[in-house]
Structure formats: structure tokens, C-alpha cells
Design a protein around this ligand. Sequence first.
Ligand SMILES: [Zn+2]
Ligand SMILES: [Zn+2]
Length: 392
Amino acid sequence: MFTENKKIKFLFVFFFVFILLGITYPQMRYYKGNTHCHTLNSDGWATPDSVAKYYKFLGFDFLIITDHNFLTNGEGLNIPGFLLINGEEITMTGTHFNGYRLSRLVNPSGYSPQRAIDSVNAQNAICILNHPRWVDSWYTYDMVMALKNISHFEIYNLNSEVMGLWDSLLTGGNRKFLTMAADDSHSASACGTRWIMVKTGALQRDSILNSIKNGNFYSTSGILIDSINYNSTSIYIKFGTNCTSLKFIGKDGTVYKTVNSNIGSYTFNGSEKYIRIYASGNGSLRAWTQPVYINTLGIGSNQLTVKYSLCQNIPNPFNSKTKISFYIQKDGNVTLKIFNILGKEISEPLNKFLKSGKHSFIYDVTELPSGIYYYKLISLNGSEIKKMIIIK
Ligand SMILES: [Zn+2]
Ligand SMILES: [Zn+2]
């Protein structure tokens, strides 16, 4: 039997673990997904089940199968740990759209492009303009602007990269434009060559699609974002080390800054209208972020929410020392606390006044046993928790 005191203690620990798990598990993270591919239900290379399993094998978290004018029931396939979302490539002469989260086929026969978009939207699905710079579906600025209630298009399909069109639309079009890369695979060798990284709370259909809808994703053919932060005056980004050059691009496609590195920062001058980041590496390695909109005061009012205040520690798992980095937007007192798996606070390696900007420090755990730990950053920005693993 518990004494009253022990019972309270037990409940307290239980409650605290519950809170920690609650904060930790719906934690936002990136999921890797391809949003355009074909199976034997149209002109693809294998059955839906084989295609899906192959993407899982390649390290993908989710897949949207988009056969031509065929609604492949991906959601009916059961592949543990892998998310499938129903889709279709609505294929008309001169225009291809993808529809995601479709519950019934859109048969575009006799449809105008606008009618196809409207039918997708009527199903609460998401409509994408595919490969607008592919020779058989070439879209000009005016043609895109004539389409209503659509905000997404493909920036990089298997063999068609859209360069200036996005910048023209972001500059002249007074509405939201987001882009995605997709491999549009019809063969095994094309699978996994371009994809998106979606930041969201769960590998779950509506969670992934809402993040796609809201622009919480970036596109890549192999370069990944390590961290990205922005405030009202500047943006800081770090890509993986296979990025050799990054460009900060704004109004009319103007390159405001080029950095020959995987790390860069840019201070807004207020006249850019928007800033998007284009990363490149060897061969066809690329990454594209969504734009951050700049208003006339130079304040970033943005759609880009792939934002970290507290970075994942490096290395992780680790043995004795690890580096924890974070970014604070305002000068103020900052506390970092370490908790064990039971939610018990075991140390407070940092508690001091810091200037705004990026900070990092080395945390030494020589004294601690192996296990899962949490580190929590508390600043004027709020608080954030991340998990770290010590292996001895
Ligand atoms: Zn197509
Ligand atoms: Zn296709």
C-alpha cells in the first residue's frame, strides 16, 4: 500500500512523465515523402504494393501514388511504419494535375483545367499543377494566374526544373505559391531522386497534408536542411555538408546573396518582397525552401515555419560530450535543464543572460549512465524539449 505521501509523489512523477511525453511525442519533425509516382495501374513499373515497399526500402516515410486518371487505393495497402495517401494524376491534354486525399476518381474527360481543380477541391483534396515547364504541359505566368484556388506546383519533376516562373509568380502574383519536387517515377531507377521533407507532428495522412497545404515543407534532390531560423531582420540556414553553394533569391529572381558554403545568413533590406533559399551541390543535388515574405518594413511575415529554436544535439547518441545549439530571438535569461526518462530534473547546465542569436555549448555527461534523457530550453521565446541518448 502507498502511504498518502508516496501516492502523491507517485502521481506527481506519473503526471510529469505524462506531460513530458505529451510535449515530446507530438514533437514536430521532418518526414520524407514522394508525392508523384506511377504503378502498373497506369504506365509505371510495378504493382502498387511493390512500388510502396520499394520507397519504404529507400528510407521514405510516406508516398502518394498518382496514376494517370486512375485512383490507386494506396490507403488500402498495409505496410507497417509507412504511410500511403490516395492520389491521382488527373491527365488532360496540355495539363496534368495531382490530387491528394481523393476519395473518388476525377475523370477529366471534357473538363477545363479549372473544372479539374474545382473537382479536386470539392473533395477537400489538395490540387497540384504538375511539371509546368514540361514540353507537353507548358504553363506561362498568365496561364498559372488564370487558374483559381490552386497554390502548389512542381518545381522539379523528374526531368523538368522550373526556374524563373516561380519568381515571376511570387513577384507579380498577389497570392500564395508553394512548390514541391517529385520524382514522377515510372521506373525503379527514378525512385527516390527528388522528394519533399514535410515538417509535422505525426506520420498521419491529415497531419502530412495540412503541412503540405500550409507550406511546412521543403523540396530536395538530396541536400537536407540541418537547421533554419529567422527573425524580423534576418534568416540563418544550415544545410548538410553536401551543399556547396546557397543563394538567397528574391523579387524578380534577383540573387541577393550567394554563399559558397553549406551555412549562410542573410539580413533583409526590406525591398526583396520575399526571400527563398536555393541550395546546390555536386551534379543534380539541390534543395529549395519555401519563400519568406518581407513586407515594406522589412519584417518577415512568412509561410516558412520550418523553424528550430532548439537544435538536435550533435552527436546523438553520444558517449561523453555533446554539443547543444539553440537560437534565441530576444536578449534575456536562458535556462537549460536536463531530465531523465522519468521526468526527474538532474541538472541545469545553463542559466544566464544571453544576447539574441545563435549559441552553442558542450555538455559533458561523463557522470551520467546510459539512457534516454531530455533537454529543455526555457527562454523568452518559450520552451522547447528534445531527446538525447547516452550510450556508454
Ligand atoms: Zn504528368
Ligand atoms: Zn506523372
